[in-house]
Design a protein around this ligand. Sequence first.
Ligand SMILES: C[S@@+](CC[C@H](N)C(=O)[O-])C[C@H]1O[C@@H](n2cnc3c(N)ncnc32)[C@H](O)[C@@H]1O
Length: 219
Amino acid sequence: MRLRNKPWAKPLIDGNPDLIVTNPNEYRGKWETRFKRSAPLFIEVGMGKGGFIIELARLHPENNYIGIEIQTTVAAIVLKKQIEIKLPNLQLICANGSGLSEYFEENEIDGIFLNFSDPWPKKRQEKRRLTYRTFLKQYQNVMSDEGTIEFKTDNRGLFEYSLKSMNNYGMNFEQVFLDLHKNEEAMLDNVMTEYEEKFSKKGQPIYKIVANFQKLEQV
Ligand SMILES: C[S@@+](CC[C@H](N)C(=O)[O-])C[C@H]1O[C@@H](n2cnc3c(N)ncnc32)[C@H](O)[C@@H]1O
């Protein structure tokens, strides 16, 4: 999803520094100070229009959440919603998820969500995929050993690539679903994203991987 930059987006972001950050490096090791209380911290990289992270934050006031989005206008759309609802346990970052190690300290994060990430299907675009090994390295750097990556997609090519990439990296698989929406138990606590709504309505299977870095040496 590429949105043309809207003229209102940047001023809105600049006018709400308490809700959204464009200089995440400055909060490295200090994200707790952006929330009302200290709590486990979960992030979504590529939050899109934010339906998933907003709903998760609403359902789990016991956790803190940060939604990260690279596109200014898309991040500003989520910000508009957060200005209305002002969830105290949700913060937003408008920046590239490739810089996570600069934004977070080691072990600062307790879990990472990657939902319907752009597939970047061409071989020359591989490095942009959010499950490319350099991204996995960033996740390993910033996430605690007990944390998991939860990855959902409708894109079979990206799913197969991500399984391979995580396996080659040495990650452990906790769960793999080939058709998430057919699994009643897994659906009990499933929070839908905008893309998930769209693709599951068309009858497409949703793939999901839950994996961790436990007992892996830093590479
Ligand atoms: C296909 S959309 C999915 C949005 C949402 N997660 C959902 O499931 O509805 C992928 C989003 O990830 C964002 N994105 C892609 N690469 C990113 C990166 N390196 N850092 C942050 N956001 C990224 C895109 O701008 C886009 O909004």
